[in-house]
Design a protein around this ligand. Structure first.
Ligand SMILES: Cc1cc2nc3c(=O)[nH]c(=O)nc-3n(C[C@H](O)[C@H](O)[C@H](O)COP(=O)(O)OP(=O)(O)OC[C@H]3O[C@@H](n4cnc5c(N)ncnc54)[C@H](O)[C@@H]3O)c2cc1C
Length: 536
């Protein structure tokens, strides 16, 4: 921050302070700015974006753009009203759709493309099993029903009556009542069970496991809801931000500043100041204080509530949020980004398909049914999986501006790694990265012998850098019991907290994780309503 910024920030006449400049903090700030509110956004890191960021992080390869966290735009395509309402296109935000988006690679060289068109996906599956193709199309009917019920509810404040959304829900339920038993079985059972119930071929079953494993433990009861991903892929497709994820966050910052908001980076909040149940402002690590009638916590809900002045949040609620699940089953993300001196290729799989499809541009899923299951159970024991389940993509294959000409940057994301391996990540980080890269090289050519440098982060690294909990990518685990007003926990997901004027506004509240800005949008609406009430 320069001196001008510091001087300007001495101003205390803010309506709202937003703690954290991730997608949700930024979106909350923008929506409030659009309502004419004076917003101050404080971000601990040196730039905005949080988990939605990209940058040149590998010193040996200063022109290879790294995405240390989120890469794909699926969630924001589901909630496409956010970039439209915020007019982000005027601030340089552009995205492209991936065709195809996600492709499952089986060890024997076969592959299964999840096209946006369900008939094309069914045709892929038919290559392995006609029964599976038929079962897939029937399954998509159940998923459609699920999305038609869930999506309207994701777009409203669950603390309100929402008569319109509920009527839609009832109408959908009545229209598709024959599917109700299947929907109930899906929502209460595991993602693995749902795959096993319907599909017979190992490629189909494995592809479903590898896709849903991105959302959580495929053997956990209630994990059938992870098939929302399958529905999203087919209804909305997958996109990428042109120029890298940071462009989205920068566009949101630019919009906020255009609306008169102030953004201060490298500004760590240490206390959300509250007195007698009323929020007053925040205190920073460097001693500065800012006051406002309302504070939105765009950071993890546990981090937020533990920062509130002592004694202001009942001990019971602090315990409840401390125990809310964040990678509770012991598995969390590992990220490895490689700067390569050449380009990757996937010739074995392309040749086996024989249809000329360019797999370099897709997001590749690697991990059989057995591997995905083993990964989750190994992590629960604090062990490194034997054959890590991996998702990978070369962002530079879609957007060549992200690496020097003729070279690639490779995004490698094994989503199921132990949060706390027995040996500790410091002892195993490099070795596990080698293991993952070696395994990936059995599927993707052009990696071994071509690495200029790499960036590695495991769960504790995400926790430390982003001030989150257990490196959880969605702040609070995605389960049906942690949805709606029960997210992040019963008593904390409604439109009021024990401290008046304090609002949660991150992936840890409704409607949950992903780069979408919806939780921030919800928090902004709540704060707007609060500010309309006369000050006490
Ligand atoms: C490895 C990985 C891969 C992912 N892949 C995808 C993907 O491909 N597509 C997708 O849609 N989603 C993906 N996600 C999930 C998605 O990125 C997140 O769910 C979403 O970005 C969370 O946004 P948020 O604004 O709620 O929180 P965050 O992004 O966590 O932002 C919180 C911000 O608060 C700041 N902060 C914390 N404490 C303080 C403090 N005391 N003072 C000031 N600032 C503070 C942090 O620095 C951070 O910037 C991924 C996440 C990870 C980690």
């Amino acid at each position: 921050m320069n001196t001008d910024q510091a001087m300007k920030s001495a101003n205390t006449g803010f309506d709202v302070i937003v703690v954290g400049g991730g997608t949700n903090g930024l979106s909350a700030g923008c929506y409030l700015g659009m309502e004419g509110k004076k917003v101050l956004l404080l971000e601990a890191l040196e730039k905005v974006g949080g988990m939605a960021s990209s940058g040149y992080l590998i010193p040996e390869a200063p022109l290879h753009l790294v995405h240390p966290c989120a890469l794909d735009m699926m969630s924001m395509r589901v909630h496409a009203q956010v970039p439209i309402e915020l007019q982000l296109d005027r601030h340089g935000f552009r995205s492209v759709e991936l065709t195809p988006g996600y492709v499952y690679l089986h060890p024997d060289g076969s592959s299964l493309v999840f096209w946006r068109d369900r008939e094309r996906t069914a045709a892929e599956i038919r290559r392995y099993s006609a029964n599976d193709a038929q079962a897939f199309l029937a399954f998509m009917g159940v998923i459609d029903m699920f999305l038609d019920i869930a999506l309207p509810m994701m777009r409203v404040d669950p603390a309100r009556t929402n008569l319109g959304a509920k009527l839609k829900l009832v109408a959908t339920a009545l229209k598709h009542r024959k599917l109700k038993p299947e929907l109930m079985a899906l929502m209460t059972g595991s993602a693995h069970q749902a795959a096993r119930e319907r599909f017979e071929h190992p490629v189909t079953v494995s592809a479903m496991c590898a896709l849903t494993g991105l959302a959580g433990d495929i053997s956990a009861d209630g994990g059938g809801i992870y098939y929302a991903l399958l529905g999203f892929l087919h209804r909305f497709g997958v996109g990428r931000v042109v120029g890298g994820m940071q462009q989205l966050s920068n566009a949101m910052r630019a919009r906020l500043e255009e609306l008169g908001g102030e953004v201060i980076t490298s500004a760590t909040v240490t206390e959300i100041v509250s007195r007698q149940g009323q929020v007053e402002g925040v205190r920073l690590a460097d001693g500065r204080q800012f006051s406002a009638r309302a504070v939105i916590a765009g950071c993890h809900p546990k981090v937020a509530l533990e920062m509130v002045s002592e004694g202001e949040i009942p001990r019971q609620l602090l315990t409840r949020i401390a125990m809310a699940p964040a990678n509770a089953k012991g598995s969390g993300p590992l990220k490895i980004d490689l700067a390569l001196d050449g380009q990757i290729a996937v010739p074995r799989f392309e040749a086996a398909r024989g249809d000329g499809l360019d797999l370099r541009k897709a997001c590749l899923l690697i991990g059989t049914e057995e591997a995905v299951l083993e990964n989750f159970s190994a992590c629960a024991r604090g062990e490194i999986p034997r054959l890590p389940y991996i998702t990978t993509a070369a962002p530079s294959a879609v957007d060549p501006s992200q690496a020097p000409e003729g070279q690639d940057v490779l995004y490698i994301y094994p989503p199921v790694m132990p949060v706390n391996p027995r040996e500790g990540w410091d002892a195993v980080r490099e070795r596990v990265a080698d293991q993952v890269v070696e395994q990936l090289s059995a599927y993707v050519d052009g990696i071994q012998g071509h690495v200029l440098g790499r960036w590695i982060e495991a769960a504790p690294d995400f926790t430390a850098r982003l001030n989150t909990v257990n490196g959880c990518v969605v702040h609070i685990d995605t389960t049906s019991l942690r949805s709606s007003t029960m997210r992040p926990a019963y008593g904390l997901g409604g439109d009021t907290l024990p401290v008046a004027g304090l609002y949660l506004g991150s992936a840890g509240i409704h409607p949950g994780g992903g780069v979408n800005g919806m939780a921030g949008r919800l928090a902004a609406k709540r704060v707007n309503a609060y500010l309309r009430k006369p000050a006490k």
